[in-house]
Design a protein around this ligand. Structure first.
Ligand code: SAH
Length: 525
C-alpha cells in the first residue's frame, strides 16, 4: 500500500511542473520535455543504455522482438499496471519471450510489491503508458534513424500532456475536497470525544491511528521479531501445525493477521495454500516484502500494509485465518480483538481460525527468596527505608520465568477460548477457581500462563504450553505477587476469584483483580 503512495507521489511534481510550464512559451516547453527524455535509459532486456524512452522502445522492438506498446494495449495496463510490469521485468531479469508468451490469465506482476522501483529515477517509470501509446499511434517514431519528430507529432504530444495536466488538476481538486471533508469529520470526532480520550470504548478497533502508533512502532523494531522467531516452542508449533496438516491448507485462501516478517504466511504457502494474504500495520512488512520475494513466494503471498480493521482485502472471503496474537497472560496487547474482527468480516462459512483453542491457567507459587528480593528489599536500600515502595510494586504484575519447583499447587484453568466462536465481550471475564495445594509452605505469588491448541479438523493436532513446567518461551510467565506470604497446607483447596478486564484508558493493557481467601489485590499488566 505504501509503495502505491510512493508511486503517486512521483506523479505529483509532474502536476505542478505542468502548471508552471503552461504559462511559458509552447516551443520552449516542448524543448524542455525533449531534454528530459534525453536521460539514459537502461534496456529492459539487455545491458544497453539508450538515449531516450522512444529509442528504448524501438530498440526493444528491433532487438528483442517485443513491442511494449502492444503489451500495454493487449493487457489494458493502466499507470500502475505499467509501472508494475517495468519493475517486474527489471527485478526478475526475465527475457522478452516472457512478455510475448503471456496468456490472458492473471499477470505475473499483479503483486503490489512491483510498485517499488527497481532502478532509481527509471525514465521508463516517468513515462505515462498512455503517452507511449500516443507516441506510437501518432507516428512519432521511436526509431532513432528517423530524425527529429515532426511538428504535428510534437503538437500531439503537447496536447496529450495538457490533457494529463488537466486530469491531474481535477484529481487534485477532488483530493482537496476529500481532505476538507476529512477535516470536518475529524473536528467532529474531537469535539464529540469523551473527556480525556476518544478511543475509550474498550476495543482496539476503535483506537485512533495516533493512539496505536506506539504499539505498531514497537513491532517496527527488528529485535522483537528476532526474539519471536528464535522462540522455537512458538514458531515450530505453528510450522508443525501447517506442515503436518497439508490437507487443511491445500488450495485454501489464507489470511495472516499481523504477518510480521511473513514467517507464518510462508509456512502456509509451503503447506499448499493457494493464496496467502499477509497484513501488518508495522513497518516490518517492508522486510516481509523482501523476504517473500527472496523466497520466490511472491506469486502466492500478497502483502498489505495497514491495520486489518482499516484495509480492504483483495478477496471477499478467506478459508483460513492464521495469527500469532498472544500476549503476556494471553490477552495483554488485545490483538485477539483484531483477529476476531478479521474472522467476523472475512472468514467464509465453514472456515477456521488457527490456533483455535486456548487455555488460561493459574497456579500457586512458594518462593520466599524471590518474594524477599522483590518486597523485603525495600526495607533497606543502601541504608534507606523505602518500604512505601512495597505497596507500589505489588500491583505491577511481573513477566518472568518461574521455576517449576516453585509451584506449590496443581494448576487451575480459569478460562478456555475457542477462537472460532468467542466474542469480544468474553475477553473480559470473572472466574472462580480452586488451587489444590501440594506442599505445606508459604504461598508468595500466583502464576498465570496459557496453553495453545491447533485442533479443529487437524489429523495431526499440535499444542504448546507456556507453563513453568515445560521449556520456557518468550512469553515467560505472569507473576501476581502477594503483598505478604500466605500459609497453606498440602491437600488444601485454596479458593479464589479472578477478574480480567481491559484497562479503559488503554484497551491494549489489562487490569486483573485477584481474590485469595479473604484477600483482594488489584494488578495491572
Ligand atoms: N506473525 C508474525 C508476527 C507476530 S507479532 C510471527 O509469527 O512472527 C504480531 C504482529 O501483528 C506485529 O507485527 C503487529 O504489528 C501486527 N499487528 C497487530 N495488530 C494488528 C492489526 N490490527 N492489523 C495489522 N497488523 C497487526
Amino acid at each position: 500500500m505504501a509503495e502505491s503512495t510512493d508511486a503517486r507521489e512521483e506523479e505529483m511534481p509532474e502536476l505542478s511542473d505542468c502548471e508552471e510550464e503552461e504559462e511559458e512559451d509552447e516551443g520552449q516547453w516542448l524543448e524542455e520535455e525533449e531534454e528530459e527524455e534525453e536521460a539514459a535509459v537502461s534496456c529492459l532486456f539487455c545491458d544497453r543504455s539508450l538515449s531516450s524512452v522512444p529509442v528504448t522502445l524501438q530498440h526493444c522492438t528491433a532487438e528483442h522482438h517485443v513491442n511494449l506498446v502492444d503489451v500495454i494495449r493487449k493487457h489494458s495496463l493502466d499507470d500502475y499496471g505499467y509501472i508494475k510490469m517495468i519493475n517486474f521485468i527489471r527485478s526478475k531479469k526475465c527475457d522478452a519471450s516472457c512478455l510475448t508468451g503471456l496468456s490472458d490469465g492473471p499477470l505475473p506482476w499483479e503483486s503490489e510489491d512491483f510498485l517499488r522501483p527497481v532502478l532509481q529515477d527509471d525514465p521508463l517509470l516517468q513515462t505515462d503508458p498512455e503517452e507511449l501509446c500516443d507516441l506510437q499511434g501518432s507516428g512519432v517514431s521511436a526509431c532513432p534513424s528517423s530524425g527529429a519528430p515532426s511538428h504535428d507529432a510534437l503538437l500531439h504530444r503537447a496536447r496529450a500532456a495538457e490533457e494529463r495536466a488537466r486530469q491531474s488538476e481535477e484529481a487534485l481538486s477532488r483530493a482537496m475536497d476529500d481532505l476538507h471533508k476529512l477535516k470536518v469529520l475529524a473536528q467532529g470526532l474531537v469535539l464529540n470525544a469523551a473527556p480525556g480520550r476518544a478511543g475509550n470504548q474498550g476495543t482496539v478497533a476503535e483506537l485512533r491511528e495516533d493512539e496505536d502508533e506506539a504499539y505498531f512502532g514497537s513491532y517496527g523494531h527488528y529485535g522483537i521479531h528476532e526474539e519471536m522467531l528464535k522462540d522455537k516452542v512458538r514458531t515450530e508449533s505453528y510450522r508443525d501445525f501447517m506442515y503436518r496438516n497439508p490437507d487443511v491448507f491445500r488450495d485454501k485462501v489464507v489470511l495472516d493477521v499481523g504477518c510480521g516478517t511473513g514467517i507464518l504466511s510462508m509456512f502456509a504457502a509451503r503447506a499448499g495454500a493457494k493464496k496467502v494474504i499477509a497484513v501488518d500495520q508495522s513497518e516490518i512488512i517492508y522486510q516481509a516484502m523482501d523476504i517473500v520475494r527472496s523466497n520466490q513466494l511472491e506469486d502466492k503471498i500478497t502483502l498489505i500494509k495497514g491495520r486489518i480493521e482499516d484495509i480492504r482485502l483483495p478477496v471477499e472471503k478467506v478459508d483460513i485465518i492464521i495469527s500469532e496474537w498472544m500476549g503476556y497472560f494471553l490477552l495483554f496487547e488485545s490483538m485477539l480483538d483484531s483477529v476476531l474482527y478479521a474472522r467476523d468480516h472475512y472468514l467464509a462459512d465453514g472456515g477456521s481460525v488457527y490456533p483455535d483453542l486456548c487455555n488460561l491457567s493459574l497456579a500457586a507459587v512458594g518462593d520466599t527468596e524471590r518474594h524477599q528480593n522483590r518486597i523485603a528489599f525495600w526495607d533497606d536500600v543502601y541504608g534507606f527505608n523505602m518500604a512505601c515502595m512495597k505497596k507500589a510494586v505489588v500491583p505491577e504484575a511481573g513477566v518472568e520465568v518461574v521455576k517449576a519447583d516453585a509451584l506449590i499447587s496443581e494448576p487451575a484453568v480459569i478460562q478456555t477460548l475457542d477462537c472460532n466462536r468467542v466474542c469480544l465481550s468474553e475477553l473480559e471475564f470473572a472466574s472462580d477457581f480452586c488451587l489444590k495445594i501440594t506442599n505445606t509452605t508459604e504461598c508468595t505469588a500466583v502464576v498465570g500462563y496459557f496453553d495453545i491448541f491447533f485442533d479443529k479438523g487437524c489429523g495431526n493436532k499440535v499444542t504448546f504450553s507456556t507453563s513453568p513446567q515445560v521449556t520456557k518461551t518468550h512469553w515467560k510467565q505472569t507473576v501476581f505477587l502477594l503483598e505478604t506470604p500466605m500459609s497453606v497446607q498440602a491437600g488444601e483447596e485454596l479458593q479464589g476469584k479472578i477478574n480480567v478486564r481491559k484497562n479503559k484508558k488503554d484497551p491494549r493493557s489489562l487490569l486483573v483483580t485477584l481474590e485469595l481467601r479473604d484477600r483482594k489485590q488489584n494488578y495491572s499488566l
